[in-house]
Write a protein that binds this ligand. Structure first.
Ligand code: QAP
Ligand code: CO
Length: 177
């Protein structure tokens, strides 16, 4: 297993559209295992392949308290959404340190494949519903900050670009120690 590096907003690769998975092979199993390890290490509750620069429809989620309920969604589709909506304070491993409210349908019905390629269908509400929709947005090239006002999004962009510059500037100094 290996930790993967996570793309940070506003990296343009976060806007790539993911292709469906067609081969349920060892390579897919390794990608899923590495994504799960990366999510647990972060720690996060969800990670889409887009965020680790792999543009295929693969998502890992664990919203459990004990961190022992890994869900793997391959080629997911939302086949029903509720009319009622909820606002949830979202964050994202690709947008570190930023949290803001996003309104989405409260409940969704999801159809997806597991890592072996077998279909599954489930209903999600609460945090799981938020997480599934947030991660599926990543596969379509959408980051949660795109639901916020242009003013907020530009502030977030500027802040993260500044942090990125500082990170890069600190790297050579660390190597020289
Ligand atoms: C998406 O997000 C999500 O800023 C998953 O410094 C978020 O795991 C779904 C994280 C909210 C539903 C509700 C974010 C970790 C993790 C940060 C995450 C950070 C460290 C975010
Ligand atoms: Co995210």
């Amino acid at each position: 297993m290996a930790l993967l590096s996570i793309l940070r907003y506003p990296d343009p690769r976060l806007h790539n559209i993911a292709s469906p998975v067609t081969a349920f092979d060892e390579r897919l199993k390794k990608l899923v295992a590495d994504m799960a390890e990366t999510m647990y290490d972060a720690p996060g509750i969800g990670l889409a392949a887009t965020q680790v620069d792999v543009h295929e429809q693969v998502i890992v989620i664990d919203v459990s308290e004990a961190r022992d309920q890994l869900q793997v969604l391959i080629n997911p589709e939302i086949i029903w959404s509720s009319d009622d909506r909820q606002v949830y304070e979202e964050g994202c491993l690709s947008v570190p340190g930023i949290y803001d409210g996003v309104e989405r349908p409260s409940r969704v019905r999801v159809r997806s494949l597991d890592v072996e390629g077998y279909p599954r269908e489930f209903d999600a509400d609460g945090l799981l519903a938020v997480c599934v929709q947030h991660e599926m947005d990543h596969l379509k090239g959408k980051v949660f900050v795109e639901y916020l006002s242009l003013l907020k999004r530009n502030r977030i962009k500027t802040k993260l670009q500044k942090e990125e510059r500082e990170l890069k500037r600190d790297k050579p100094a660390m190597a020289a120690r």
